[in-house]
Design a protein around this ligand. Structure first.
Ligand code: PMP
Length: 351
């Protein structure tokens, strides 16, 4: 080995879901929204003044920060935006998880958390979910360097009640607690009101799922003004111009359209509930997902086999070859028609 290789920051990268480019497939593998972005987003893109691209975007992302702040009734000093919630979460890890004590997160959760921790040399401890895949709040009461979990959790889809989140906060007054609410709009109650009471709480959300803008890369964090300032300090020390001009302009349109947001999220919820009934009839079992996916295991056919069979039919779902969950498929909620095709195929295959 050459000497320089000793000093490489070696990492085991996160593996995102496949983005196959062929048309004519049913894509239920990365929890995208099956509906297009709000009409205002499409109009704004069509009318976008390309001359603006000569200029750097606003480094403080003010138009979008203000629009999000207004939507949630917050002061804009309490909102931070980034390039998808992945970027926001990475900044949060870098800013706040800087203790010798381990940060805590569940064993089965968003598989980026341990990647960031490893990359940034942050010590961490994973806390096993119980046998029903529920987070055990008591596991987070001990000394630690910070706490992070998604609500609803991913890839299980299971929601934790706000009262339980508050108990975790009560036991963690001296560290930062991050609630990753990527899927909260599909049936959960946001922990956002708790930022008034807990100045160490950060609530992170995204435009990728409930606002149909995964391709635009917009995420945001909300919390105490001081926390937001600290994240901004790190962001400006890394890359001042994170959000491009189009993301800022389209993000504003997406958050403005409350009716479209409500209509599409209700459609996803209704299709999810329908799909739950159908999957149950076919012998699948799963926790009660409150997200835009269902994490299901079949009573007799292994998940890997189903995954391959579906793929042959051009139906993409997600399978994780990981302990405890290797017999599960994570099926994103598509349109009703897409889900009907999925169910029809499974009915035939499992006969
Ligand atoms: N958190 C969770 C729990 C997720 O599942 C995802 C989606 N991969 C993200 C954050 C990141 O989403 P995005 O960067 O698109 O906002």
């Amino acid at each position: 080995m050459n000497n320089w290789e000793l000093y490489v920051r070696k990492v085991v990268p996160y593996v995102p879901g496949e983005q196959p480019q062929e048309s004519n497939l049913i894509k239920l593998n990365t929890n995208e929204n099956p509906y297009p972005p709000a009409p205002g987003v499409i109009r704004a893109l069509e009318q976008f003044d390309t001359d603006r691209l000569r200029l750097y975007p606003e480094p403080d992302c003010k138009v979008l920060v203000n629009a999000i702040a207004e939507y949630y009734g917050l002061n804009s000093s309490r909102v931070f935006v980034g390039v998808g919630s992945d970027d926001v979460l990475a900044m949060i890890f870098m800013t706040f998880f800087n203790s010798e004590k381990p940060i805590l997160f569940p064993d089965i959760t968003y598989s980026f958390y341990d990647v960031w921790a490893d990359m940034l040399r942050i010590p961490y401890e994973v806390k096993p979910l119980d046998e029903n895949f529920l987070i055990k709040k008591e596991d987070y009461y001990g000394e630690n360097g910070g706490v992070i979990f998604p609500n609803p959790n991913a890839p299980t889809g299971i929601l934790m009640e706000l009262l339980e989140i508050e108990e975790i906060l009560e036991h963690n007054r001296d560290v930062i607690v991050v609630v990753d609410e990527a899927y909260i709009d599909f049936g959960g109650k946001s922990a956002l009101p708790l930022i008034e009471k807990y100045d160490n709480l950060l609530v992170v959300q995204t435009f990728s799922k409930s606002r149909s803008l995964a391709g635009m890369r917009i995420g945001f964090a909300m919390g105490n003004e001081k926390l937001i300032k600290y994240i901004n300090d790190v962001k400006y020390s890394f890359n001042s111009y994170t959000m491009n001009q189009t993301a800022l302009a389209l993000g504003v349109e997406a958050i403005k359209d409350k009716d479209y947001f409500e209509e599409t999220r209700q459609k996803v919820i209704a299709t999810r509930e329908w799909a739950k009934g159908e999957l149950k009839k076919l012998g699948f079992s799963f926790g009660d997902s409150m997200s835009n996916f269902i994490f299901a295991a079949h009573e007799s056919v292994p998940a890997k086999e189903l995954f391959e069979a579906l793929k042959k039919e051009h139906i993409f779902v997600r399978h994780f070859s990981k302990e405890r969950i290797s017999n599960y498929l994570r099926i994103s909620i598509g349109t009703r028609k897409e889900m009907e095709t999925l169910i029809r195929f499974l009915k035939g295959y499992l006969k």
